[in-house]
Design a protein around this ligand. Structure first.
Ligand SMILES: NC(=O)c1ccc[n+]([C@@H]2O[C@H](COP(=O)([O-])OP(=O)(O)OC[C@H]3O[C@@H](n4cnc5c(N)ncnc54)[C@H](OP(=O)(O)O)[C@@H]3O)[C@@H](O)[C@H]2O)c1
Length: 259
């Protein structure tokens, strides 16, 4: 690349294909929308057909290329099927965003095998196996982007972090391992770290307006996060603009983590 690159050279995703797990809701949906608007053909994957179809309809109505794949990332068999199914619409992905996540929040002493297994499988194993499936091909083609969505709970305990915080800590380590393996071949791996974002995931916490206001006060920007706050950072990480950024945890939290 020469010294002067056009905005398009840096940020366009024209000709790229992307898979966004959890792309039917919240942060994942905003990221899928941003990548599609930047020119990528986007596959959104989740369990619920209705929200997937609504997302794809919105994207295709806006002139974007998008497809839905129903998949359940809570078992290894489900992850394997998902890996096979997501290549059907547009072929091998150049960008894989792992936004699907669950936060079950039982008290620490009540975490049983079912909670541990589901949390680790959706939040940590699925991004790992997706990387195993698609990372080597990206490296062979010389371009790839693995983008994970972690949590402030990878860095601090917050509202019964339990297994969830552990899974997110592992996820940021996974990005570093993937970065070490594949960055020499044009494949970067990075993590977006949200603070408190108003999505269905934490609807229960949003029932307490005083709590929501207190969390907003803890940011430097003065408000809680919105899914759209992840659009720009995701396009940056998916595009050529971020070629020299790898293994990083990028906090998209209005300054929550530094306050
Ligand atoms: N909201 C926050 O404050 C916050 C803070 C820190 C980190 N995060 C992280 O951000 C990511 C996105 O969260 P969000 O707030 O946008 O949550 P959300 O609105 O609840 O979206 C979660 C998405 O994951 C999908 N999903 C859940 N379980 C799945 C499974 N077993 N297989 C496949 N897809 C599954 C959901 O669709 P289906 O239910 O239809 O499968 C949905 O599309 C998560 O990794 C979360 O941990 C969020």
């Amino acid at each position: 690349m020469t010294g002067q690159s056009s905005l398009g050279d840096l940020f366009s995703l024209e000709g790229r294909t992307a898979v966004v797990t959890g792309g039917s809701s919240g942060i994942g949906r905003a990221i899928a929308t941003a990548l599609a608007n930047a020119g990528a053909a986007v596959v959104v994957l989740a369990r619920g057909r209705q929200a997937l179809d609504a997302t794809v309809t919105d994207l295709t109505d806006a002139g974007c290329r998008a497809a839905a794949v129903v998949g359940d990332l809570s078992t290894r068999a489900g992850i394997r099927s998902a890996c096979d199914d997501v290549v059907e619409p547009f072929g091998e992905p150049d960008v894989v965003v792992s936004s699907a996540g669950i936060n079950l929040r039982p008290p620490m002493a009540e975490i049983d095998e079912a909670v541990w297994d589901a949390t680790m499988t959706v939040n940590l194993e699925a991004p790992f196996w997706l990387g195993q499936r698609f990372g080597p091909g990206m490296a062979e083609r010389g371009y790839g982007r693995l983008i994970h969505v972690s949590s402030q709970q990878a860095h601090r305990a917050f509202v019964t972090s339990g297994a969830y915080g552990v899974s997110k800590g592992g996820l940021e380590s996974l990005a570093r391992s993937q970065a070490e393996a594949w960055s020499p071949h044009g494949v970067t791996a990075n993590t977006l770290v949200p603070g408190f974002v108003l999505t269905p995931l934490n609807r229960r916490l949003q029932d307490d307006p005083a709590r929501v206001a207190a969390l907003a006060d803890r940011t430097l920007v003065g408000r809680n996060g919105l899914p759209a706050d992840f659009a720009g950072p995701a396009v940056f990480l998916a595009s050529a603009a971020s070629s020299y950024v790898t293994g990083q945890s990028i906090h998209v939290d209005g300054g929550f983590s530094v306050h």
